[in-house]
Design a protein around this ligand. Structure first.
Ligand code: APR
Ligand code: ZN
Ligand code: ZN
Length: 394
């Protein structure tokens, strides 16, 4: 693990005296697409009804933050904005009506909330929530359509993915916060906010990979490697890892991948190679690169009759599925997976406990650590394909 010069960042806010007050603290503000984030002082309102204000201790950078920052998806249309959706921290204060959390609780914010009351939350068949599902265009609180972040000049700063974790303090709906075991190490728990939960849950919950299954994972970043880990822990007999970055392939081999393919070094389409080495195709493929050509290769790599492709990557509009409808008559199927099909509030606490007890080697996903003030370097590391997750210390 690379630990690159740490220094202590202090906020002028003190937990004990801040409840009900506006907090002044540091946040990394995105002012425009691709512009370096500016770590500056902002004001954070107290939590309103059914909201929670969190002191963020650790946050990490996911490819979705990168896409939003680069302006590659819808999220770029609102500025200034506080990005970030992977984090862990401690409850600083709660708004009216919040009963399942209190000051001092250790928590993980989740972009895919669970209100517990809507038709989706009450259904066993979905982890999407009517009120707090993923919406890259949503930039204000559900309660009153306003922001809780302000510049020192009094201009609103917008929210991102129900979470906005690139800030020393953030305000989120209580449906988007999960209380975890106070003994869980906060540094690794940040990975449960998105990357690890998404990938591992896709293998466990969405695909339900079973012992002896054959699997192909396209894109071996943190999300893809978590899918690998999910497949490995279920006893998959063969896990083929595909990536165009040879360093990612080398790391994947140490994390459970049994065969590696670099499409850039292959003289034929990846799906042909996979079908050859897996007796007609794999049982499950996972698209974790956010690329339509890759999605098509993943689809064609599965076995006719029962192959299932799980889509995890983010694909920007106006793209459509790269398939002819008749191709589904081969018996191959395709499905999307959000937050690994985990219901956040009800299922993440147990998953966090399983991780604490070694179900997933979370440390392996943290390749870099930096002080929060060096967040732009964390973006660069992910962009350059150097990091899985860079955890920022606040
Ligand atoms: N073929 C194979 N692998 C590819 C290709 C390709 N054409 N293009 C990119 N990749 C690989 C990259 O080399 C990288 O290792 O996909 C991996 C993506 O990993 P990260 O950038 O670390 O992204 P991660 O945070 O894991 O997210 C993966 O899920 O959450 C979404 O938006 C996110 O689409 C992204 C995906
Ligand atoms: Zn709901
Ligand atoms: Zn993410």
């Amino acid at each position: 693990m690379a630990i690159i010069k740490m220094k202590n960042n202090t906020s002028n806010a003190k937990d004990v005296t801040t409840a009900g007050k506006v907090i002044t603290c540091k946040a990394a503000v995105a002012w425009g697409p691709g512009q370096p984030l500016v770590v500056e002082e902002i004001l954070v309102d107290p939590p309103q009804k059914m909201e929670v204000r969190i002191k963020i201790h650790f946050t990490s950078v996911c490819h979705t933050d990168l896409g939003a920052w680069q302006g590659k998806n819808e999220a770029q249309r609102v500025y200034p904005r506080i990005l970030g959706h992977e984090a862990s921290g401690v409850v600083e204060s709660v708004g009216e009506g919040v009963e399942d959390m209190k000051v001092g609780d250790h928590v993980v914010p989740i972009f895919n909330g669970e209100c517990g009351d809507c038709v989706f939350c009450k259904s066993k068949s979905s982890n999407l929530c009517k009120k707090f599902r993923v919406d890259p265009l949503k930039s204000v609180m559900t309660n009153d359509g306003k922001t809780r972040f302000w510049t020192k000049q009094g201009e609103p700063i917008y929210h991102f993915l129900n979470t906005s974790t690139f800030s020393e303090y953030t305000v989120v709906d209580s449906a988007c916060v999960v209380k975890i075991d106070p003994n869980a190490p906060l540094k690794t728990m940040t990975l449960l906010s998105c990357g690890v939960t998404t990938g591992l849950g896709a293998a466990w919950n969405t695909a339900n990979v079973h012992a002896g299954s054959t699997v192909a994972v396209f894109g071996l970043g943190a999300v893809g490697l978590a899918a690998v880990e999910g497949a490995r822990s279920r006893g998959a007999s063969r896990i083929i890892g595909i990536d165009i970055n040879s360093e990612k392939l080398a790391r994947a081999e140490t994390m459970g991948v049994t065969d590696i393919i670099n499409p850039l070094e292959l003289k034929k389409p990846v799906h042909e190679e996979i079908r050859e080495i897996s007796d007609g195709g794999v049982d499950f493929s996972f698209e974790c690169a956010g690329n339509l050509d890759v999605l098509r290769e993943a689809f064609l790599s599965t076995h006719e009759g029962w192959g299932l492709t799980v889509l995890l990557g983010i694909h920007t509009t106006p793209k459509t599925l790269p398939l002819h409808p008749m191709e589904l008559f081969t018996g191959r199927r395709i499905i999307g997976s959000v937050f690994g099909d985990f219901k956040g509030k009800t299922q993440l606490p147990l998953f966090a406990k399983q991780c604490m007890h070694g179900a997933v080697k979370l440390d392996e996903f943290i390749t870099h650590e930096l002080p929060f003030s060096e967040i732009n370097q964390a973006f660069q590391l992910l962009m350059d394909g150097k990091s899985l997750r860079c955890v920022l210390h606040l």
